[in-house]
Design a protein around this ligand. Structure first.
Ligand code: PPS
Length: 286
């Protein structure tokens, strides 16, 4: 059955595999290492895609690892109980980790470490649509009854991991740091090769041209759709019914097929108010 949120410090979280004491422990006690490579996103912004790219950069394009180990084991979400366990018990392997936490609840140890973080930002209107289609058919979180309802929840921040506006504003304060790279979903779609090159530069990794081609080939939307280790393997059917995939459409601008003119106007007003003062070049979408 669908559940309500669990709340911690006024942020709503999906209630499966997440609980307030865990978030507190992750925030206060989890020690991140300088060699950690962290994917941070607001949900539905391209998290899995970036993890696939990072995994493939690690294997120099060889798809064996991504095809044999689930995404959430390769790059555990530290804000879930199972992911936290994978992270603290992991003895070897690449130091990839993931999180959807807002900045104020992120492990404190990060802010004095040299761990590298990549934050992916996506057009929040598309984030809203992607989230609506995911949460309404899964039993991982509070289920919206209609897009109208979810639209209201989104503007209020009553959706998993809270307000998009607060999440992005919070993390954008780190964008000039040497160990933080901000990417956009839209840029990744437009020019994935340049994005992979940028990530390699940031991580100090070099790929041969053929290896770069393999990274791109194996992280394409189609390749990811077909990768059984990517689309929530092993998650019980009562939580994620068969056939539901993270890879839904993988396009930019799907919001245009859904928003009414009144919703577009209301959304843009909220955006202007909440994101005032941030440079417009951070928000490269239409
Ligand atoms: S989650 O559940 O919060 O971790 O979801 P997340 O991975 O952040 O985002 C899911 C959306 O990313 C799209 N996606 C991709 N787009 C383009 N190319 C590739 N390779 C790719 N992989 C995943 C996915 O389809 C979801 O967006 P929507 O709009 O729902 O299709």
């Amino acid at each position: 059955m669908a559940k309500d949120y669990v709340w911690y410090q006024d942020i709503p979280f999906p209630p499966v595999d997440i609980y307030p004491e865990l978030i507190k422990t992750v925030h206060e006690e989890l020690v991140l290492k300088d060699e950690d490579i962290i994917t941070v996103t607001y949900p539905k912004s391209g998290t899995h895609w970036l993890i696939e790219v990072l995994s493939l950069i690690h294997t120099k394009g060889d798809p064996n690892w991504i095809r044999s180990v689930p995404t959430y084991v390769r790059s555990p979400w530290i804000d879930t109980a199972s992911g936290y366990k994978f992270k603290v018990e992991r003895k070897e392997g690449p130091p990839l980790i993931s999180s959807h936490l807002p900045i104020q609840l992120f492990p404190k140890s990060f802010f004095t470490s040299k761990a590298k973080m990549i934050y992916v930002i996506r057009n929040p209107k598309d984030v809203l649509i992607s989230g609506y289609y995911f949460w309404r058919v899964t039993n991982l979180s509070k289920k919206p009854e209609s897009l109208e309802q979810y639209f209201e929840w989104f503007l209020q921040g009553h959706v998993p991991y809270g307000s998009w506006f607060d999440h992005v504003r919070g993390w954008m304060s780190m964008r000039e740091k040497e160990n933080v790279l901000v990417l956009s979903y839209e840029q990744m779609k437009k020019d994935p090769r340049s994005m992979v090159e940028k990530i390699c530069g940031f991580l100090g990794k070099a790929l041969e041209p053929r290896e770069l081609d393999l990274v791109l080939e194996n992280s394409s939307f189609q390749a990811m759709k077909e990768n059984k280790m990517y689309n929530l393997p092993d998650v019980p059917e009562e939580l994620v019914p068969a056939g539901i995939k993270i890879t839904r459409k993988g396009i930019t601008g799907d919001w245009k097929n859904h928003f009414t003119p009144a919703q577009t106007q209301a959304f843009e007003e909220t955006f202007r108010e909440k994101m005032a003062g941030l440079p417009p070049e951070l928000f490269l979408w239409d």
